[in-house]
Design a binder for this molecule. Sequence first.
Ligand code: 9PG
Length: 483
Amino acid sequence: MRLGPAELPDGAEPVGGGYLVRADALALAGGGATRFYRHGWQSWSEARWLELSEPVQPIEPASRRPQADDPACALAARHGGSAVGALATPDGVLLLGALEPGARVEAGDTGLDGRYEDGTEGPWFLALGPEPDVFAAYAEQLAERLGRRPDRPAPRLWSSWYGFYRGISEEGLREVLAGLEGLAFDAFQIDDGWQRAIGDWDPNDAFPSGMAAMAEEIRGAGLTPGLWLAPFIATPGSRLARDHPDWLLRDDRGRPVPAGDNWGGPFFALDTTHPEVEAWLTETLRRVRGWGFELLKLDFLYAAALPGARRRPVGRERAYRQALALVREACGEAAYLLACGAPILPSLGLVDGLRVGPDTAPYWDNEDRRAHLHDPTGPAARGALLTSLARLWLRGLVHADPDVAFFRSRYDLLTPQQRRALQDLGLVAGFKGCSDPPAWLLPDERDALAAWLRDEPAVTRLGERVFLLDGRRVDFEAIVGAS
Ligand code: 9PG
């Protein structure tokens, strides 16, 4: 199936599996379609095939929008997504994808409408054919333009978040480290809870020995030391925000741009085009690297791409990519960067791992947020599963992190089938993370975790949500449907 000359935009040139064209805005005819692939802006934003007949409903409350999806499009009248969109037409899947930051694709009445936000004539890729082929061809074009990382295998990661949340301390983590002995993890990542404040990236009183000592202990246990930080945001009470109010991204009336609500109140984005912020970012990341952390989970990254009045006039997603490039430079090529809450396309080529869905949780659904507030990004196993599965086409470009799987039954409301589904998701995505404190695991649960960490099944996709793992049929659709 190919696009016929009658349907091709002016100037379209053939390229592997599709066509390239330069335009600020582009309309593609795709009649007869009933389903649209919407690709949410950042890691947590929803990605899925939806029915065009579904109503478009804004996320509530409005204060959540900046952290759930692109707030600039929160009130759009039509179904749409960031960077790429596709329609299932009677002739095959019609895909329109941007090859540079800053674009959006909406479903029109009769086709796809793509647009670069800042009006630049940017490159587009378009293709018509079977779904796996058009997404693979798009991924190939993205790799050529933005880069592809990395050649090494994805680290099998233990993270403190979904066991302890913010309640971490050096003694607690020491106990975990001892309990992990004999399990085939590669990296041990300290999550949110170690820092003085969001913006003040120094250890708090729960880490009296300091972070270099923690990194040393982790390395001593044979694991890669990992640390979480959110370098592009600050809470209003942080020293950073109090000492440098001019570092905050502002709107055109001079008010700080809210980046979301968490840690007991609103938090703000930094203007990463401010030279002093650039210098601070470099200094902060070098310091963290100097402590001995080789894996950095960089979170809430979308904040650097929010709409605002920047010092340097540059499109917001380009500003984000420049800031991320600076972070990469400060950290060095050897560092493993795991981006989270990150705009997808503008992160490619600069990070090693990328979270491709919202937070999972030791429970299945977050119905209040999903059904009543129209926010599909609330922590829940279901949401993490669905959006991650819809982003598997990114696997060849970056390690696609679907978030952790659970093996514990303690403090866990998942059924055994649901728990198994998250474990299988890790196998399908090729990225394994777990946050279970080893002391919580029953002997058979620990055995299951040990076996999972060593398992590397051949993965065959049979359908949108159906896979073969070494001959074992895994039907995620059945699990989602049964809930
Ligand atoms: C640490 C956590 C974990 C987790 C990340 C991220 O919308 N929100 O308010 C929101 C809060 C937290 C969050 C995602 C969204 O989780 O994905 O793995 O690192 O931060 O605070």
